[in-house]
Design a protein around this ligand. Structure first.
Ligand code: UD1
Length: 345
């Protein structure tokens, strides 16, 4: 019996594969490699000493997905696969609704057909939208402001209806805050295509010399230093949260959402300073205008995950920056050509 990890070659997926293997699980990966590289899987094998079956297929293909379930036995699914750029979802919403919703529907149909009813779903803090009060609890009103966030909320609603209709299902919905960092080996990490939108990948690329200077999006927010506050979480802590969530779904029924963050907010200027401390490199930056759609402050209440999953984030901001920097300095241009692992189709 194995755990199916959809989107397992992606940033969070690849780190979670390592955590799963280290926890003793067998893992099967499916990925369409639209925003990930086979090299990530090669390196997961290098880190864990275990070769993982990797299927290059798109979840929107029901025949391929049915074949995957016919030829493997899964005890649970961790579903990462999906598009995740907020800005792209605004400019091309149909691409997001089509990809994220139809891929999930095909996956759920196959799970239902083959009697696999344990699921950990990769959601996002973006489902909360702009909140009045912080920290955000899971019971907060859900009002995403981007098509990306709405696709995740729609899937949460779909899952909730499914569990209500078929109570043997067990689903953990994980709402990530701001995942950053990389595996401490420096072999795998975040590899955004093109110019990064997110803060830590952008700083890393300035530090390594790929980009000249960081624009801080606004310094007139109602925060102590005027820059936005976010809840950054190390991707390895996020990965261990998935293992805990998997243990959770395999021992009960129903649907439960969990925030995964540290519960600690850091401003943009604090992140720059932590990165400089971790890397020893001075980051050139300047203040620019606010970015549309940014909330001033966002951080999680993680009480539910700590109490019910017995999950405790362990990395601090400077550790996150150190590991992000190790990965970026090892691989200034991200994943490079490596012998690809055998890909099953
Ligand atoms: C975004 C997504 C979230 C996703 C997360 C991934 C939204 C509403 N949410 O969060 O769904 O999970 O990325 O990490 O977009 N900043 C700069 N200069 C830059 C880049 C960012 O000052 O070049 C600032 C932003 O204004 C923000 C903070 O850094 O205040 C964090 O930004 P970012 O890393 O893009 O994450 P979020 O927008 O919080």
């Amino acid at each position: 019996m194995a755990i199916l990890v959809t989107g397992g070659a992606g940033y969070i997926g690849s780190h979670t594969c390592i955590a799963l293997i280290e926890a003793g699980y067998d893992v099967v990966v499916v990925d369409n490699f639209s925003n990930s590289r086979t090299d990530a899987m090669t390196r997961v094998t290098e880190i864990t000493g275990r070769s993982i079956p990797v299927y290059d297929l798109d979840l929107s293909n029901p025949i391929a997905v049915a074949h995957l379930f016919l030829t493997n036995t899964f005890e649970a699914v961790i579903h990462f696969a999906g598009l995740k750029s907020v800005s792209e979802s605004v400019s091309d919403p149909l691409k997001y609704y089509s990809n994220n919703l139809s891929g999930t529907l095909v996956l759920l149909e196959a799970m239902k057909k083959f009697g696999v009813t344990n699921l950990v779903f990769s959601s996002t803090a973006a489902v909360y939208g702009m909140q009045e009060s912080m920290p955000v609890r899971e019971q907060a009103p859900l009002a995403p402001i981007s098509p990306y966030g709405r696709t995740k909320l729609m899937i949460e609603m779909m899952l909730s209806d499914l569990v209500a209709a078929q109570p043997r299902w067990s689903v953990a919905v994980l709402r990530y805050f701001n995942p950053v960092g990389a595996h401490p080996s420096g072999l795998i990490g975040e590899d955004p295509s093109g110019i990064p939108n997110n803060l830590v990948p952008y700083i890393s690329q300035v530090a390594v010399g790929n980009l000249e200077t960081l624009t801080v999006h606004g310094d007139d927010y109602p925060t102590p230093d005027g820059t936005c506050i976010r809840d950054y979480i190390h991707v390895m802590d996020l990965a261990s949260g998935h293992v805990k969530a998997l243990d959770y779904v395999m021992s009960r029924h129903g649907l439960r959402p969990f925030n995964l963050g540290t519960g600690i907010g850091a401003s943009v200027l604090e992140v720059i300073s932590a990165f400089e401390q971790a890397s020893g490199i001075k980051i050139p930056w300047h203040i620019g205008p606010r970015r549309i759609g940014d909330a001033a402050i966002s951080y999680a209440d993680v009480t539910r995950a700590t109490v019910e999953l017995d999950w405790h984030p362990t990395y601090e901001l400077v550790d996150m920056c150190r590991d992000a920097w190790r990965w970026q300095s090892n691989f200034p241009h991200g994943y490079q050509t490596h012998p690809a692992p055998p890909v099953l189709t």
